[in-house]
Design a protein around this ligand. Structure first.
Ligand code: LLP
Length: 405
């Protein structure tokens, strides 16, 4: 648990900015960026932050200042990134099933595009003959914390199957495209890196099928522990990866290949917490419920993937008592459960709670379900100041999309 705030500070932030609240720690983001930027000190490596994990512009400024590039999945992600000052050559558009009008729009932006099907390669070729392109392959292996986030292997829509390499070559030839690179992403959250390395081995074999690649993108998925798991051993991963890449380069025609990784979660997950307020305590058929204002509109991961997030009660009036609670939010669905059967400090209405590891796929997947506001986001800077970095939604904002309002 990354406790970067004292109890009193949490209560003060709730008073100042309202509840619930996303709070991020600048130091943690910088630390994680540095670890990855230095992952392969002897190789040409670019870290490409996967912006979907957390799309706050102020956090992206911090990430950019650490020398990290960025990927985009949609025109608005791209627009945000340009607003932060990213240049076209620092952005990779990793797309999936986009329309030809979106493809046209992105081609104009002059960023590298990765397509992940032969059909999309054909669309790209017809719109931009002679253009630079990256093709995403499915390395035949997947990994992830839940089946919904495994993006390699036999049960996923992503990537081009290795057996279709000849078809890729035909389309490249047909439109005289310049295949600048290939990429993969096997899924989200590995702590044991064996599957990742298996994917790397396979993508390097695929790379041998093409001459002169400038980029080989190994994807993201670098995990963080949410419960009691062991941390991802970056040191060991670095050694293994370095060896594999050295072996590959010995027999590859372009010794100057740049390798990319595309982490999202690793950079921001532990930097973010949600602080909320306890709103009710009740017993229902032998279960103690702790009701709070953090519904699944605020944090989707538990209801969507059964994800575990550590929870802590901050007692307004301290005692040493403990109680087992099922912690639930304020959304009208039975699945609105943040955590089941958690042994926590005994709680009363008006205590606060912290939900940890919420920096990745927290706010970026939040919604207005039940017409509840997405919370404000606050940054704790390296000199320990709190600054508002995104406002809470407002009624006016939500009404403004309706014609006539
Ligand atoms: N590259 C590509 C092409 C991706 O699709 C993703 C994530 C990443 C990189 C970054 O993956 P990461 O390093 O963050 O694991 N909403 C889910 C995670 C979905 C990930 C989607 N793609 C969650 O809350 O766990």
């Amino acid at each position: 648990m990354n406790d970067f705030l004292e109890k009193e500070e949490c209560f003060n932030l709730l008073k100042k900015y309202g509840s619930p609240l996303y709070v991020y720690d600048e130091d943690t983001i910088r630390k994680r960026c540095k670890e990855l930027v230095n992952l392969l000190p002897n190789k040409k490596l670019i870290v490409d932050y996967s912006f979907k994990a957390n799309n706050n512009i102020e956090l992206l400024k911090i990430i950019k200042s650490e020398g990290v590039h960025v990927d985009a999945m949609s025109p608005f992600e791209l627009a945000f990134e340009k607003k932060v000052g990213y240049k076209s050559n620092e952005i990779m558009y990793v797309c999936n099933n986009i329309s030809s009008s979106e493809m046209k729009e992105i081609i104009k932006e002059n960023v590298l595009i990765s397509v992940d099907s032969i059909s999309q390669l054909e669309t790209y070729g017809s719109l931009n003959p002679g253009g630079d392109i990256i093709v995403r392959f499915n390395p035949g292996v997947g990994s992830g914390h839940h089946e919904k986030v495994i993006t390699g292997g036999k049960k996923t829509k992503f990537g081009v199957q290795r057996e279709f390499i000849e078809d890729v070559k035909k389309i490249i030839e047909k439109y005289k495209l310049n295949l600048v690179g290939i990429n993969q992403h096997i899924g989200s959250l590995f702590l044991n890196y064996n599957d990742f390395l298996e994917g790397v081995k396979n993508i390097l074999e695929i790379a041998h099928e093409f001459n002169g690649l400038k980029i080989i993108d190994l994807g993201g998925g670098f995990g963080v522990p949410y419960h009691n798991e062991e941390r991802l051993n970056l040191k060991k991963l670095s050694i293994e990866l370095d060896k594999m890449i050295s072996n590959f380069l010995e027999s590859y025609d372009n010794k100057d290949v740049t390798f990319y990784i595309e982490p999202g979660r690793y950079i921001v997950a532990e930097a973010g917490i949600i602080i909320g307020s306890v709103t009710s305590i009740k017993e229902n058929y032998n279960t103690n419920y702790l009701g709070c204002d953090i519904g699944f509109n605020t944090l989707m991961r538990p209801i969507l993937y059964d994800s575990y997030h550590e929870i802590k009660v901050l007692q307004k009036e301290e005692n040493d008592l403990k109680e087992t609670y099922t912690v639930v939010g304020n959304i009208c669905e039975s699945g609105d459960i943040l955590g089941s059967d958690r042994l926590l400090s005994k709680s009363c209405v008006d205590d606060a709670i912290i939900v940890y590891n919420a920096g990745a796929y927290g706010y970026s997947m939040a919604s207005n379900y039940n017409l509840r506001c997405r919370p404000a986001e606050v940054l704790i800077t390296s000199d320990h100041k709190d600054i508002l970095i995104r406002k809470r939604d407002t009624l006016e904002g939500m009404l403004s999309n309706f014609i006539g309002e």
